[in-house]
Design a protein around this ligand. Structure first.
Ligand SMILES: NC(=O)c1ccc[n+]([C@@H]2O[C@H](COP(=O)([O-])OP(=O)(O)OC[C@H]3O[C@@H](n4cnc5c(N)ncnc54)[C@H](O)[C@@H]3O)[C@@H](O)[C@H]2O)c1
Length: 326
């Protein structure tokens, strides 16, 4: 019989349910049951997913049949839930952002170290086809050493951030933590260690009460420069990444579209997600998590990556808070 990791789901909202559906397609995972702080959601998810409902968090964490948990709850709950799960001896797949401060991320990492359990933070953007392929080309040396990266992600997300925990900066961390932690992680993946040089954000609408559009400038340890522009108030919306290297440029769009490169010597290639043909990203990351726990295989991204992305978001926010007025 194939080895399988027995996983309990904590949080049965949008992404929790989606991850659970994807987990059902992973032969290395068996879902043991679901718990949500809202009992009605626990019940409806249990029915939909055809798995048992845990009446309480303790019931899930005390179930010795559970080896790992998926934590798919709002960011402000991440630290406490992770610490409890790790203390109960469970490995953790945690949705991004890892937590709302570097201090909280460190507390999770320390708990993982103490209990010798693995923590993976869901930086799934890396496994979306165009992002994944760009990194494959970069690593293969197609454009040589990266020199300059620009990431622009804007859209109209005012409705998404208008209600519930996302509207409250103390619960979501605002746009930078809740959404753009993905882009910050991607930038690190492309360039290695980066430092924020300058960041500026604006909050033109009264609600939500956090930065709604921002720009930041970075430098990398290897001497590359980078910029991110991101926002939630742009009805036209764009997702565009450009990586200029010593020998050429890679450019791609976001979740659909193409990734392409062209070199100084005139070589070029364009690919679509269908041509790249990688697995469904959320299913892929769950499979890699399970294999990491079961067989000690490397995780594609882990708690340290989660922490570093939060550290960059925190650093950007600090720069914005100390801005000079004209
Ligand atoms: N990787 C991605 O692409 C992606 C996409 C969406 C959301 N997320 C992340 O997933 C997390 C959840 O987002 P969502 O959109 O599913 O939110 P959601 O509001 O749809 O669901 C969250 C659920 O958690 C439950 N909950 C809250 N506190 C809890 C607790 N202490 N114990 C158990 N359950 C609790 C709520 O009742 C709710 O059902 C966030 O951190 C978000 O950033 C990631």
């Amino acid at each position: 019989m194939e080895a399988t990791l027995r996983v309990g789901l904590i949080g049965a909202g949008g992404i929790g349910r989606y991850l659970a559906y994807q987990a059902k397609g992973v032969s290395e995972i068996t879902l043991t049951g679901v718990y949500d702080a809202n009992p009605e959601l626990t019940q409806s998810a249990a029915q939909e997913l055809e798995i048992p409902a845990y009446p309480t968090l303790s019931a899930l964490l005390e179930d010795e049949g559970v080896q790992a948990v998926i934590v798919a709850t709002p960011p402000y709950t991440h630290r406490e839930l992770c610490e409890q799960a790790l203390q109960a001896g469970k490995h953790v797949f945690l949705e991004k952002p890892m937590a709302l401060s570097v201090a909280d991320c460190d507390a999770i990492l320390q708990a993982a170290e103490r209990t010798q359990r693995r923590v993976m933070v869901g930086h799934v953007l890396r496994l979306f086809p165009l992002f994944y392929q760009a990194k494959q080309w970069l690593d293969a040396g197609v454009i040589g050493k990266p020199l300059a990266v620009a990431i622009r992600r804007t859209g109209n997300e005012r409705e998404l951030f208008a209600k519930g925990w996302r509207a409250d900066v103390r619960q979501s961390g605002g746009l930078l933590m809740e959404m753009n932690v993905h882009e910050l992680d991607y930038l690190r993946w492309l360039l290695g260690t980066v430092r924020v040089v300058a960041a500026q954000g604006i909050q033109p609408f009264a609600e939500p009460s956090f930065i709604q559009h921002w720009h930041a400038l970075f430098v990398s340890e290897t001497g590359a420069v980078a910029q991110i522009e991101a926002g939630m108030i742009d009805p036209l919306g764009t997702y565009r990444v450009s990586i200029i290297g010593e020998q050429g440029t890679i450019e791609h769009t976001g979740f659909g579209g193409t990734v392409r490169y062209k070199t100084h010597s005139g070589e070029e290639q364009t690919m679509t997600p269908e041509e790249i043909n990688t697995p469904e990203p959320y299913q892929w990351e769950l499979r890699l998590f399970a294999r990491g726990v079961l067989f000690g295989e490397p995780l594609p991204y882990d708690g340290t990556d989660g922490r570093e992305a939060v550290a960059l978001a925190e650093a950007c926010l600090q720069k914005m808070n100390t801005r000079q007025e004209f």
